[in-house]
Every structure is written in structure tokens, then in C-alpha cells.
Design a binder for this molecule. Structure first.
Ligand code: SF4
Length: 306
């Protein structure tokens, strides 16, 4: 797969994309002898993925939702209305993960790189994280290098413990393989996965179908309108992304309003999360240190002392 191929396919009509998505799930289902489940989050993308799977491929496909305890109540309420649904849960809470591993800040990839640069004993890995490996890959962005010296950790482990492990456990116990509603255009990691595997991955540690890989956000809304699908009311309150309420992945993107939204609509939850600590530093202080635009940001010229 190539980036050009992705761009070309992203230009297909909605009908072509629906056919393609249904085809991808159908091939995947056949390869895994019908043992599939749909991983749903209560967000619009997985809602569309579930609808395509049930409408065109397997009307009895099981839906599985991982309740991390950090989703918007509106999202949890919405997803509970899904028929044939199983809810799984992590056996650890986000507070403990933040205390132990660090805050989920910047991006999954960058937080992992920064954490490794801070704690690795390998000179080679440190060099890659600072200056890049082959073709400059694996490097911490210049913008975030100062976080190596931050008095707190950032980490990608949150998703591992709150989402990946509960789904892995479900897979071990059920023998079912996931259909996941993510898009290649959403992040560099997802793009890299698609470039490597396409819309279905059969690599032993990652057997999964990603039928919406070539879709865009506009396609998802167009599909919702076309089939008059219900969706979580949270979108009509002005939010673009669902997922965990306090996740800091992507919060550094210009114009991101997630924390403003949370403070306005869920002030108690906002305060609760802002007090969570890693290495004695609160989430509020960590966001200030990173220079994130959020309701409690302070003038960037002010010195932040710990
Ligand atoms: S989405 Fe963010 S907050 Fe939620 S589990 Fe993943 S890293 Fe943690």
C-alpha cells in the first residue's frame, strides 16, 4: 500500500467505500471462520462500522464495548442501547495508571518516545529518540524534546491497560477477532499500520479488520445521514471526538477545545481529573508545563516552578 493509493481511495464515492468496507469485513470473516466481533466505542465511526457489518455481512455480529470509566456519560448511555452487546472493563483505573506510568499527553507515539528517552539505559535507543534512526524515523519532535526533562512522565501505557488488555482478554476467552472502525488518515500510527497491512491484518499478534481505513470523517457523517443512523447526542453538544473525556492525546493540536468543553459541561469531572498526579505533579500543572491551551492555562511567559 502507498500514500498515493490511500489518497486515491479516499476520493472514491460513498457507494464505492461502502462496497469496499463490506467486502473487507466479508473477506476477514471468511478467513477467521466467522469468528468476528465489532469493537464499539459509542462514537460515530464504530457505529458506522457496526452498521455496515450487520447490514451487509453478518446481522448477528456481536458488539463489544470497553468501558474504561472515562467515557462521557452520554456516550455510555448511547452505546448501552446497542443490541447484542457485551461490555468489558479494565481491572485498573486511570488514576493508578497516571500515578505509575505518566500522563497520556501529546500523542501515543511521542509520549512513548519521550518516556523511553527519559528511562532507557540503552545509548542506542536514546540516540534514535533524540536524532532519529534509519531515515530519521523514531525521533522525538523538536517541539516536545523539553519533556524529557519534565518533572513528570508522559506515557502511552494508559491505552494499553485501559483498552488493549481488556480486548485481548476478551479475545483469549472468546476466540473472536475484532472489526475496528478506525481510519488511516487519523494519525501517523494508523497510517503506518494501513501502509503495512491494508484494511485487514492477519499478522499473528494483530489479527483484525479495519474496514473504514480509507474513509474520511465526511464519509462517516454522509453514511449516518444516508441510513438515518442514531448517534450519541454528545456530537450535537459541540464535540468532534468521543473517547476518554480527559485524554491528552491530540490536545496540542491548534484549535482543540476538549478541555474547555469538559470544564463547561462536566465541571466536577474536569476538576477531579485535573488533580490526578504523577510524581507529585498534577495534570493541571503538567498541561501548563506543556503549554497546552486549556481553561487553566497560564501566561506562557510565566515560569512554572515545581
Ligand atoms: S484514549 Fe487516552 S485516556 Fe483513554 S485509555 Fe487511551 S490513552 Fe488513556
Amino acid at each position: 500500500m502507498t500514500v498515493e493509493e490511500l489518497k486515491y481511495r479516499q476520493g472514491w464515492t460513498l457507494e464505492q467505500k461502502i462496497d469496499h468496507a463490506a467486502g473487507a469485513v466479508s473477506v476477514f470473516r471468511e478467513k477467521v471462520q466467522g469468528k468476528i466481533y465489532c469493537s464499539v466505542s459509542g462514537g460515530k465511526d464504530s457505529e458506522v462500522m457496526l452498521d455496515i457489518t450487520r447490514r451487509f455481512v453478518d446481522k448477528n455480529a456481536l458488539a463489544v464495548f470497553c468501558n474504561t470509566g472515562n467515557e462521557y456519560p452520554e456516550v455510555v448511555k448511547f452505546v448501552r442501547q446497542t443490541g447484542n452487546l457485551i461490555t468489558v472493563r479494565p481491572d485498573i483505573q486511570i488514576k493508578q495508571i497516571i500515578e505509575k506510568y505518566g500522563f497520556p499527553l501529546i500523542s501515543k507515539e511521542q509520549s512513548r518516545y519521550i518516556n523511553q528517552a527519559k528511562h532507557t539505559k540503552s545509548e542506542k535507543l536514546l540516540h534514535i529518540r533524540l536524532y532519529g534512526g534509519e531515515k530519521g524515523i523514531g525521533k522525538i519532535s523538536e517541539r516536545w524534546k523539553f519533556l524529557i526533562d519534565a518533572p513528570f512522565d508522559v506515557s502511552e501505557k494508559c491505552c494499553t491497560y485501559l483498552k488493549r488488555k481488556p480486548f485481548e482478554k476478551f479475545h483469549r476467552e472468546s476466540g473472536l477477532f475484532p472489526v475496528i472502525g478506525t481510519m488511516a488518515g487519523e494519525s501517523r500510527l494508523r497510517l503506518q499500520k494501513w501502509l503495512k497491512h491494508g484494511c485487514n491484518s492477519f499478522e499473528s499478534n494483530m489479527i483484525a479488520s479495519y474496514p473504514l481505513s480509507i474513509w474520511t470523517e465526511n464519509d462517516v457523517w454522509a453514511y449516518i445521514r444516508r441510513f438515518n443512523l442514531p448517534y450519541s447526542p454528545i456530537y450535537d453538544m459541540g464535540i468532534r471526538r468521543t473517547g476518554c473525556m480527559v485524554c491528552g492525546f491530540g490536545c496540542c493540536v491548534k484549535g482543540d477545545r476538549r478541555f474547555y468543553f469538559l470544564k463547561e459541561h462536566k465541571p466536577k469531572i474536569y476538576s477531579h481529573f485535573m488533580q490526578m498526579k504523577n510524581n507529585g505533579v498534577t495534570y493541571r500543572e503538567a498541561l501548563r508545563f506543556c503549554g497546552i491551551d486549556f481553561p487553566d492555562a497560564i501566561n506562557r511567559q510565566m515560569k512554572i516552578e515545581f
